[in-house]
Design a protein. Structure first.
Length: 365
């Protein structure tokens, strides 16, 4: 009787977390900075999303500092309506972040599949995203890349904020000046380079709200200059059929989020998020039940079908030159010299295991 040559080595789950601790399942996403795959922890059987980024590509794209920043911020955040970090580690080729898995698809997927959404559905998403933004802002973090692509639904239909690649900490006394994010969702104050704080996220929320309601973004241009001009100066283009599609109170919230005067923008006044919570459009929303997820979402994703682009999996099977698999790290000594960026990742992209450490910051309640 032959002896199997492919028996899996015994895994020491008390050792530092690594890729061999997970079963690699289907590929579900691909972005400019990396890929996303469903994984299952071999001991706990829990399912997660594995985001992995090739180190060499990270260096080529000059994204090393962004990835390290994203990992640091996620370690400090814990909130029900955010895709939270559970593990982080690296091997010789890749950086890995293991996050809460959301199988309901992102809002871009649903928008492209079904078109404009019902007002009650949009209200639910805007309420949950607003809570997630406020939780970040309470910890002096700006997301800076809010768009439908970065809002994921769980199996029940609750919305979660994800992708903190260009999120940044801020000091209220020192406004930021750099331009970051997806231009169509950028706030006027960012484009004008006059300094900005968390106000930019509330503007982006308004643009997302408009897009979910009407199936298109409010400000458009054939090139960056025309798009910038539209964001800075064009009136909010309310469709002619708006009165039929949405209520007056909905339109009022939309107008107050897409307000160029930061001092008057919803979410940015002295009332903060309470100005949004107390608006008539949100009447009937049980805010605590959104946080605890006891609220019943008005739309539940169809879990009988994949809520993502299935071509990601096909690409992984047919076109991947270097398929992902667990590999032992090369043995290196103190005398081993690495390129500066590689050494930076070794030193600063630290192992994280949520079962063994507490968040550095107090969890957001």
């Amino acid at each position: 009787m032959g002896v199997s040559c492919c028996k899996e080595d015994a895994i020491d789950f008390n050792s530092e977390i690594e890729l061999s601790h997970f079963h690699l399942l289907r590929s579900v996403g691909k972005g400019s900075f990396g890929k996303v795959r469903v994984v299952q922890h071999k001991r706990t059987k829990k399912i997660y999303a594995l985001k992995y980024i090739n180190k060499a590509k990270c260096i080529r794209m000059r994204a090393v500092e962004n990835i390290i920043q994203e990992r640091r911020l996620l370690e400090e955040i814990e909130y029900p309506l955010i895709c939270n970090l559970r593990y982080a580690f690296q091997d010789d080729e890749n950086l890995f972040m293991v996050l809460d898995l959301m199988l309901g698809g992102d809002l871009r997927f649903h928008l492209e599949r079904t078109g404009p959404m019902r007002e009650d559905v949009v209200r639910f998403y805007i309420a949950e995203i607003a809570l997630a933004l406020d939780a970040l802002h309470t910890q002096n973090i700006i997301h800076r890349d809010l768009k439908p692509d970065n809002v994921l639904l769980d199996e029940r239909g609750h919305a979660h904020l994800t992708d903190f690649n260009i999120a940044v900490r801020f000091n209220p006394a020192r406004p930021l000046g750099s331009i970051a994010g997806s231009m169509a969702y950028m706030a006027p104050e960012m484009l004008l380079r006059k300094g900005y704080l968390e106000s930019v996220d509330w503007w982006s929320l308004g643009v997302v709200m408009f897009e979910l309601l009407f199936g298109k973004r409010p400000f458009r241009g054939k090139n960056n200059d025309l798009l910038t001009n539209s964001i800075l100066y064009d009136p909010l283009p309310i469709p002619e059929n708006a009165a039929v599609v949405i209520s007056r109170s909905c339109l009022d919230v939309l107008s107050k989020l897409c307000e160029r005067d930061v001092s008057k923008r919803m979410g940015c006044t002295s009332e903060g998020i309470n100005g949004l919570k107390e608006h008539p459009w949100f009447q009937g929303i049980e805010w605590n039940e959104l946080i605890t997820k006891e609220a019943i979402p008005p739309f539940q994703p169809n879990m009988k079908h994949a809520n993502f682009d299935a071509t990601h999996e096909l690409e992984e099977l047919l076109m991947e030159d270097n398929p992902l698999k667990a590999k032992k790290r090369a043995q290196t000594g103190p005398e081993t010299e690495l390129p500066i960026e590689m050494q930076m990742m070794e030193d600063q992209f630290l192992v994280y295991d949520y079962t063994k450490v507490q968040r550095r910051s107090t969890s957001i309640e």
